[in-house]
Design a protein around this ligand. Sequence first.
Ligand SMILES: Nc1ncnc2c1ncn2[C@@H]1O[C@H](COP(=O)(O)OP(=O)(O)OP(=O)(O)O)[C@@H](O)[C@H]1O
Ligand SMILES: [Mg+2]
Length: 378
Amino acid sequence: MFGDMTIELPGGFSGLFKKKKKRGVGIDIGNSSIKIVELEKKEDGIFLKNYAITKVDKEGLIRPGSSKIISNDVGEIVKKIFNDIELKDKNINVAIPSFASLITTIELPPVSEKEIEQIIQVEAPKYIPVPLSEVVYGWEVVNSKQAKDETEDGDSSLLKASRKTPVKVVLASIMKNISQEYEKVFENSGYNIESLEVDTFALKRSMIGAKKGNFLIADIGSCITNISVISNGSVVVNRSIDVGGSRMTDLLSQAMKISKDRAEKIIGSQGLEIDSQDIKKQIMIPLLKNISDDIKKAKEGFEEGYPDSKLESILLTGGFSQMKGLKDFFSNQLGVAVADSNPWENLKYPDKIKDSLKSLSPYFGTAVGLALRGLIEE
Ligand SMILES: Nc1ncnc2c1ncn2[C@@H]1O[C@H](COP(=O)(O)OP(=O)(O)OP(=O)(O)O)[C@@H](O)[C@H]1O
Ligand SMILES: [Mg+2]
């Protein structure tokens, strides 16, 4: 149990010595591809040292709703990638999909920061539906506008004993057996898991960073769409559905009686500008509506919990978010500005790779966020 959202593996960190971290490696295992990023911190900034994306042709690498969420094949695939790229840092930060976690906001009575830990131990079992011995959990205090108004110096992280309003805390937990599954994947790989982090928190780090305000992030991948609302740096809403690019590929290949590869190419090149109005109306729009309805639920959940706040914008990431016409479709459906994301924004890299990095932006939000996690000194 840790007062930080990263769910650390036991035994990794002694807490006695300050770690000077120069390198950070992030690994995002997705259903269609595995993304790896290595960063190096120098005096004049954070440098991109290495990045790799490997498409996988096996289906069902990560399986929502299954008792074992990660397929046995992942270990072999990861080992091959490690052989191909030479990472200097053997300590890796790995993402856990948020569907495998429970993220919930709880309200505690007005207490000081010191008391939070004790109170959470009493409150957590009310929100986590399994014995605490079976989970690892972490929390984060929500920096609400109200909390900020109550502190004279404007530093909302300073919780004062005198505060009057309840303290909102985001509680995140994962089952121990899931963290063990991830440990197993990297067993004998020559690499050591430094942290396991729920992907939403990694995305928050690379896409929002220190920005104030309220943003919705939609990560639309091949099998999963993960939606979160970040308010002044805290994850206040999180939900996911098992819909993404591969569902559209399947539906299109069935309807047009073409191979999945061909269907994926048509979606990738034409998107909503497809010639066939029937395909657009009967297949594409209903699936996109499914996703935008879920984004709407997250937006409404946020507005209900934070009635004084308004969403600034919706930030898109994930391969499927590049679909032609999707941004306009979402902004029309939702009435909020929709923008692409740039995970490379605060990194340094050679100018000659600028264009290729730009085209890879939708894929690397989580891996960059994890690598940045690896640079944090403890
Ligand atoms: N231009 C495009 N238009 C529409 N879809 C696209 C485009 N380019 C890639 N995709 C889709 O993006 C998906 C892959 O995205 P991504 O790499 O984010 O998924 P993943 O992380 O592997 O999967 P998940 O997060 O669901 O486990 C594939 O379904 C692919 O068909
Ligand atoms: Mg993904």
